[in-house]
Design a protein around this ligand. Structure first.
Ligand code: AVJ
Length: 331
């Protein structure tokens, strides 16, 4: 056996910051969001095993251009990003299976600067699986997994081991409304270290038809993904949503320049949450907001970054200007 095959596990550390039974935040979010006049559940609760699988399917849909477009931009620009940053360390927020990350890791390895990868994800199984695979694929790479919620656990990131890139890909920054988006970017900026870089993926403002098709695909996968949040509440909170009694709604809001997803109750309904001592009523056609996905222009991205003390240095986009990757550093 080659020596590396045995040495590999020593290059992995995992820091688990989620309390066992991490449904606490779902309870709080439901108590907050479903007792308001305009009902809302935050989008992070889509992603149980089934929701994550449905999201993977969304990424392959012909209508859902962001994933493949971002991957193409990364493939084109990875060497430029490696050269610009000289990074020893890559932190990825919401890493998942780190498929796109490999493009960056390989470019940093080719540049000879790569030392450590820090995936941050709420799923311990995903973080462990990804760490195991990556130490095998990248000889000498250290992986420090952080199991946690990137909105709450960024303070547990270790200090940088050299120049750091924090990557937040996929356009997930668009899930934050403008105010908390800037607050979140400030938290990220505080963890960059002296010569660190933020690599931020943003979906761009475009025609309403393209955008609405991406969130209301012909095969109905996004509709299932949307309804999955009801299944999550049924399973984790003992609720009794009639999942099929809600219609998927996705629309472009041209004033706010974001996509909204909602679930519309077909009729009058009463939903019980016995674990929470909560009963929720839906009027006919009443809507529950499940996601906003804000879209960007270069000006909006630069403005949000500036509000967090960051300077937009490189703006990489595709020929059709569907999606963009920003490289930013502390001013
Ligand atoms: C994972 C937040 C980037 O907003 O496009 C895909 C989630 N929702 N289809 C997005 C999503 C519906 C996705 N992000």
């Amino acid at each position: 056996m080659e020596p590396n095959a045995q040495a590999a596990p020593a290059r992995i550390t995992i820091d688990c910051r989620l309390p066992p039974g991490g449904e606490r935040s779902l309870r709080d979010d439901v108590l907050d969001g479903l007792t308001r006049p305009f009902k809302e559940v935050p989008p992070k609760h889509f992603y149980d095993a089934r929701g994550s699988e449905l999201f993977e399917q969304i990424c392959e849909l012909p209508e859902y251009y962001p994933t493949r477009t971002e991957r193409a931009i990364l493939e084109d620009q990875a060497a430029a990003i490696a050269e610009r940053t000289g990074a020893a360390e890559l932190v990825e927020l919401g890493a998942g299976y780190a498929t796109k990350t490999r493009i960056l890791l390989s470019a940093l390895e080719d540049a000879g600067t790569l030392r450590r990868f820090i995936p941050v994800d709420v799923s311990e199984a995903t973080v462990r699986g990804c760490a195991d695979a990556l130490v095998r694929e990248y000889p000498g790479l250290e992986v420090h997994g952080l199991v946690g919620d990137f909105e709450r656990h960024l303070l547990h990131l270790p200090d940088p081991c050299g120049r750091r890139i924090i990557a937040f890909l996929g356009g997930t920054i668009g899930n934050f409304p403008p105010g908390s988006r800037r607050r979140f970017l400030r938290t990220v900026a505080a963890r960059l270290g002296p010569e660190g870089w933020l690599l931020l993926g943003t979906d761009l403002v475009k025609d309403a038809r393209t955008l609405e098709a991406a969130y209301d695909d012909a095969a109905g996968v996004t509709a299932e993904f949307n309804r999955n949040v009801l299944r999550v509440m049924n399973r984790d909170l003992g609720a009794d949503f009639d999942v099929e009694a809600f219609d998927h709604v996705a629309f472009w809001d041209p004033d706010r320049e974001w996509i909204e997803m909602r679930l519309r109750s077909r009729g009058r309904q009463t939903v019980r949450f016995p674990d929470l001592g909560l009963t929720v009523h839906f009027a006919p056609r009443e809507e529950l907001r499940t996601e906003i996905s804000a879209k960007f222009t270069r000006t909006r991205a630069a403005g949000d970054l500036a509000a967090a003390g960051l300077e937009l240095v490189d703006w990489f986009t595709d020929p059709d200007e569907l999606f963009a990757l920003s490289l930013a550093r502390l001013v």
